[in-house]
Design a protein around this ligand. Sequence first.
Ligand SMILES: O=c1[nH]cnc2c1ncn2[C@H]1C[C@H](O)[C@@H](CO)O1
Length: 753
Amino acid sequence: MRPPPALGDLRAPHFILHTSPTGLPPLSTPTISQRTSHGTTGAVLPGPRTTRALCYQGPALPGPPTTRAPHYQDPVLPGPHTTRTLHYQGPALPEPHTTRAPHYQDPALPGPRTTRAPHYQGPALPGPRTTRAPHYQGPALPEPHTTRALHYQGPPLPGPRTTRAPHYQGPVLPGPHTTRAPYYQSPVLPGPCTTRAPHYQGPNTTRAPYYQSPVLLGPCTTRAPYYQGPVLPEPCATRALHYQSPALPGPRTTRAPHYQDPALPGPHTTRAPYYQDPTLPEPHTTRALHYQGPTLPEPHTTRALHYQGPALPGPRTTRAPHYQDPALPGPHTTRAPYYQDPALPGPRTTRAPYYQGPVLPGPRTTRAPTLPGPHTTSAERFSPPDYFPAMAEVLSEAVGFEQPKVELHVHLDGAIRVQTILDVAKRRGVPLPADTVEGMTQIIIVQEPATLTEFLGKFAEYMHVIAGDREAIKRIAYEFVEDKAKEGVVYVEVRYSPHFLANTQVEPIPWDQEEGDVSPDDVVRLVNEGLKEGEKAFNVQARSILCCMRHMPNWSMTVVELCKKYRREGVVAIDLAGDESLNTDAQSGHRLAYEEAVLSGIHRTVHAGEVGPPSVVKEAVEVLKAERIGHGYRTLEDPALYKQLLDQKMHFEVCPISSKFTGACDPDFTKHPVIRFREDKANYSLNTDDPLIFNSTLNLDYLTAQQHMGFTQEEFQRLNICAAESCFLPEEEKKALLTKLYEAYGMQKSTGF
Ligand SMILES: O=c1[nH]cnc2c1ncn2[C@H]1C[C@H](O)[C@@H](CO)O1
């Protein structure tokens, strides 16, 4: 339908509208002079109801003089044979009683067959044979009760097959009650086989892609969001990929968390968490948690790696904690706790090179590395690849870089004091496999270069002690700041997963905890408090980063919401941590969370290229819009990507000691990727990552760079300035931090690049 002409259009060239001297139209009816194109003036048309439009040029109208002026909109035209407006171009209207002006919008038209104006937008029209919405272009709707305006958005319409969501374009859905508006997300879908998510493309799995309600009804329905595994046999077989509840009903259902081998034979095949060797003979094959030794002969011989219980009966059974050399001769061969060198002479004499425990009786026994006398071992004689886990304390007297430092990549839950774990365990009555700092340390730390997955398993040794305990959570944050102060750190960004420290409002509840009352939100508040008090007490600036976990995409939206909620209380960014070797879906909750972070101005870092290929780094940058990369070592395998990131000054959060023990990098530090970063003047920092688990300190990372990679004091200064430039503080605070560093380093202001 043509729109009504604008006022200007009405002033056809044939007419002169006499206006007032003010130039404004007069209040009284103007005199209209008609001029023909030949310049003649026409007369006012005579008769009642006879106003012909001044420029009416349509066909001769039937009947007595009926034409009203163009744009006439008075609805109260009396009688039949009434007005055809000047520009009416609608369909032929059936006579009689039908004609209304084109823009007529009064809903109160009486009687049946009341053709509504083309732009009619009033309430639903009563009765049958009602008007189709003017722009309706959908398929022919069957009568009756079918016509709804194209943009109808009201509540669900009653009756079968009536409600079609306004923009619904999916395939025809079978059966009654099937149509749901796109974006429909109500969790209370009744009955089976109902909702099809708007973008759903798979077979038969009835849940919207982001559907996350735990109260799934009926069998065969539960597919975890993002589940992409093989088709699971029905029934009771469908479990979310990361499902961790131990309470699964039915046989063959319990799988260790992260268990990914579907081929376990027989029933009762629960494997220890992280157990990945499918070749254990049936039955009773559960091996101790982190057992990695050689196959043990006979049944019932498996001893946990960290077994510290009473002496076991039978010969050669009791092994010292961490004992890993099966070739020790004779019975009773327990070695000292740090023993790792089988080549030392003499019985029962060998101590680890950095043994600092109580003095042991007997000759040639315990020697601290710097002690004089025979058989003493100086620190220099030991190459770090062999002795790193035990080096931390010994080398702590040597200082790699004594000036103020910035640390950007350290996990709060990987930086807890062992003493604190023991204290909290005692207070809460949580049993631990050791009750001394030394014993517990040896259980927690990674002794040898391992895999990232094995390393992540270490958190299970102690997280259940701290998680869900308000006092402990606040305490670890506070003590963390104190530890950083001792390391000469002036600014730190510490990260953690709020979910991993919670025991309610987290699904599944981690670390086999009972449900409690500490939610992820509570965790963030407690950490904020601990950090704030630590800042005041120790004069260190501490901010936090909240971690999403790779294997838990459905936690991520909560993480970003917590970042937003607590951005003014010290939370500066979002991270994605965990096992990069897990194949997470690009459509996952992480992606949505990072989109939200971008929209809300939350800073973003992502663990990528630590053990994962360069494609993970690429995804972090391009999809998740990461501003920093956690680790990023494997970026070097894609020269084009590396060049791009160099050009854009992407910051790499490098963690040297961590990279050795997680198996991310060659244990030979002289081949470490950070050497290339340094040569290319890349933007990177040095960090501890998880000093508890690596038994390390920030100083040890600097020493490693200095002693094995040739780092100079100037490079340490440069990389710390890079770290400050790339920190997630607001600009003003960042400037203040940079000024502090420049002053401490005695430098002129410039960027570190
Ligand atoms: O180096 C790491 N790579 C990937 N994930 C890690 C690393 N260190 C710690 N995490 C995980 C384990 C922690 O529980 C979690 C949150 O701090 O982040």
